[in-house]
Structure formats: structure tokens, C-alpha cells
Write a protein of this length. Structure first.
Length: 294
């Protein structure tokens, strides 16, 4: 199905590249990890050997890290965009691609460290999935778990919270000024050009508030998905009180974020939905033309 690439130039932005980056990691997680998990669950045990367990754990960790780090990159870009002036909003798409590649490299580095001797990947929960060995009693393994949780959970979460806090503060400061300016224009009955500028400013403000509507959902889903898993891992570092059911539920909840991350960041994007609708209409039209030819 040929698609006019010029239709999608408006989607070639910093944020959308990071959304695409996250969608790729989520897709890889779903296509490589979930089938093995379903197979092992139906079998009742991990029967694919040690090497497969290590690869499963490493790939799952890498894709999860990319997803979380992409979230933090999206929050940073939104913060930069809203905090910048009109002249400063332009950003190089090439820069976003380079940053995305660094995101993968950074995530893969932490994912392969257990394969290189710092901690290890082992069975978790009921023995049907593999993850890093957070139940290990070795001091070096505990240091790894604490470090990776700081770098791949605590730091991204901190970036998200700080970025969106700045966004809230900026928009709350701009709103009174925008409202006051609109009142002045209305009272003085200025020209249509001024009114047009006011309307444009109002549209930008509405767009910023649409961003705010998604912010709470983003942070809430992020915490719901990953906080239980982080808590389980950290508790296991200091005790053996984690029940296999708790460990398994926390693992499933964290990995379920691969299903709704693209929905929150992409499907809710009005411009993105318009492009998808255009693609679907194009596909339907071409299918009808093909049917008529027969």
C-alpha cells in the first residue's frame, strides 16, 4: 500500500520520534517476551534452558529500560517546548534520532551487565519467567539491584516529575496573562488582526492544557506499572518475605505497560489519529478499487 510520505511530515517531531522509539521497544517486548511467558505458564515451568532464560531476562530488561527512558525523554522535550519561545521551538529531528540511539545504547548497557558477571538473570515468581536475581544474598548483586533501580527507575521518574512540575508552573503563569490580554483586546475593540493573534494565543493555550490532561494519566500509569515491581525488588534485597504470587503480579503489571504506553502517547494525539485515519481510508479505497477490477 503506497503512502504519500509528505502527509506525515507534521509527525516528524522530537516528541513523536521518542514515541516511535518507545513503541518499537514495546512491540519487541510483546513479540519476544510474551510468547515465551505464555508457553512457560502453560507448561508450569521454564523448560527452555539457562541460555534462553538469560536472553529472555536481558531482552526484557533492555526493552523495559528503553520504554522508561523514552518516557523521560518525552517529558524533557515537552518541558523544553513549552518553556521555549516561538523562535526556540524548532529542534533538529536528527538530534532526536541521535538521542534515541543513545537511549538504546544506555539501556542495553545496563541490560547486559548481568551477562558479563555483575549479578545474573535467574528464574522469578513461580519459575516461569526470568529476571535479574533480586533474591541473591551476594553483596555485589545487591549493589547492582540498588544501582539499576536508581538509574533505570528512580532517575527517569525524577525527570518526569520535575519536567511536568515545570510545565504546570509555566502554564499556570501564562494563563492569567493570556486571559488579561484577551479582556483588553475585547474591551478596546482592537482590529481583526489583533483579535486573530489573541485567538491564536488562546489556541496555543488550549493545546498546552490538552498536554496537562495527559500528564496525570502518564505519571499515574507509570507509577502503577513500575512502582510495585521496584518495591518487590528492593524488599527482596533486604529480606526473603516476597511471595511468588506477589513477585509474579508485580512483574506482569510492569510489563503490561507495553500495551497502553503507545495509546497514551500516540493514539490520544489528535494529529496522529488524523494520519492513521488517512492511512485506513487509503487502504479501504484501494481495496475497493481492487475489488472492482475483479
Amino acid at each position: 500500500m503506497p503512502i504519500d510520505k509528505s502527509r506525515f511530515k507534521s509527525l516528524r517531531t522530537y516528541t513523536n520520534i521518542y514515541v516511535f522509539n518507545m513503541a518499537i521497544s514495546d512491540l519487541l517486548m510483546a513479540t519476544t517476551g510474551f510468547p515465551l511467558f505464555i508457553y512457560s505458564s502453560l507448561k508450569g515451568t521454564w523448560g527452555l534452558g539457562k541460555l534462553a532464560c538469560e536472553l529472555y531476562g536481558a531482552s526484557g530488561a533492555a526493552f523495559s529500560y528503553v520504554s522508561i527512558n523514552s518516557m523521560s525523554l518525552i517529558s524533557l522535550e515537552k518541558c523544553r517546548f513549552i518553556a521555549s519561545t516561538v523562535d526556540e521551538k524548532h529542534a533538529s529531528v536528527r538530534g532526536a534520532i541521535v538521542t534515541s540511539l543513545f537511549c538504546w545504547l544506555y539501556s542495553l548497557t545496563w541490560a547486559v551487565l548481568p551477562l558479563m558477571g555483575w549479578s545474573r538473570y535467574n528464574l522469578e515468581g513461580f519459575g516461569t519467567t526470568c529476571s535479574f536475581d533480586y533474591a541473591s544474598r551476594y553483596t555485589s548483586d545487591k549493589y547492582f539491584i540498588i544501582t539499576v533501580y536508581i538509574m533505570e527507575f528512580g532517575l527517569p521518574l525524577l525527570i518526569i516529575i520535575v519536567s511536568y512540575s515545570i510545565i504546570f508552573r509555566i502554564i499556570n503563569k501564562r494563563r492569567p496573562a493570556s486571559v488579561q490580554r484577551s479582556r483588553i483586546l475585547y474591551t478596546k475593540g482592537l482590529s481583526s488582526t489583533s483579535c486573530s493573534e489573541s485567538e491564536s494565543s488562546g489556541q496555543r493555550m488550549n493545546m498546552e492544557y490538552k498536554v496537562l490532561k495527559v500528564i496525570f494519566i502518564v505519571i499515574l500509569l507509570f507509577c502503577i506499572a513500575w512502582l510495585p515491581y521496584a518495591v518487590v525488588g528492593l524488599i527482596s534485597v533486604f529480606s526473603h518475605t516476597i511471595h511468588p504470587i506477589g513477585a509474579m503480579l508485580a512483574c506482569l503489571l510492569a510489563k503490561s505497560s507495553t500495551a497502553y504506553n503507545p495509546i497514551v502517547y500516540a493514539i490520544k494525539h489528535p494529529r496522529f489519529k488524523g494520519k492513521i485515519a488517512a492511512v485506513l481510508r487509503n487502504a479501504v479505497e484501494r481495496a475497493r478499487e481492487t475489488t472492482r477490477d475483479f
